[in-house]
Design a binder for this molecule. Sequence first.
Ligand code: UDP
Ligand code: MG
Length: 330
Amino acid sequence: MKSKIICSVIVPLYNEEAVIEESYRRLKRVMECTKDNYEIIFINDGSIDKTKYMAEDICRKDGCIKLINFSRNFGHQAAITAGMNEAVGEAIIVIDADLQDPPEVILQMLEKWKQGYEVVYGKRTKRNGEKLLKKFTAMVFYRLLKKMTSIDIPVDTGDFRLIDRKVCDALNSLPEKNRYVRGLVSWVGYKQTFVEFTRQERFAGETKYPLKKMIKLAFDGMTAFSYAPITIMSGLGGIIFFIGLISTAYVLIKHIYLNIAILSLGLIMSINLIMFGLIFISIGIMGEYIGRISDETKSRPMYIIDSKVSCKDKIKKYKDEEPLKDNEVS
Ligand code: UDP
Ligand code: MG
């Protein structure tokens, strides 16, 4: 009989040839410390570098590794969703491949899980080696989202977290396509806590989250958990309408009683431009919501799996092998 898997670790990979080996080594060392059966699930999110072949190589050598190859790049949130669908463990951990989230923190997360917590998220107390713009935008976004939603989405947390099997099942049952996973984890509830850690510098390579992907993620989070942008635009519309009424009355009174035309063509043009801008912003905001409704109704899957590489049957055998020595790990 196969031993039960206790921990599943999900690692999304997109063009991570520079970090995959070191990431595997650090993760492996930590997971060996747990003395429990575990699996590491690599999700290759349509990488176009050597990531796929390197992951396959690791998979061939180590029975604890599963690899899922997507047919193209579907994005980080799709990759971790695929990992959650594939995981069979009792505790499921999501961690980035680039070692910005130190794998050693997993041990603290497991401690909390054993104390009875069902969600243990990693809270970033410091972010080393990240650009000022990224730190600032992240800081503003997390706080804005918290203010705008009725759900308590913790600030300064990414997707580095541990979830219990029942939380994972609850998340897997949600049909949402444009997922903001860290928001959904808060939404499903359960007993939650956190462990603090310092976010490290990327081990190697470049960020795989360019501004475009960050904006998409921010909009996914905002539209999935808040109607505040629409409410703000409606409020603004109301205020402008009210100012419009007063200024029209003022202009008419001046014109009728004093015969003075007070608005120049330039001023009218400027006011019009501001108004058009606001109208387009409103349409854009509505479009973001409508586009997501359209995505949901199309019912396309979140991702397409090209192939799976798995050596499940080797798990027991691997456990008998020598763990990595300390001096093998930098
Ligand atoms: N990633 C992914 N698909 C993408 C972009 C990123 O699977 O389209 C993975 C990436 O390989 C990494 C994690 O998501 O393991 C986080 O990406 P990254 O470290 O580049 O983001 P950052 O930390 O700069 O926000
Ligand atoms: Mg990173």
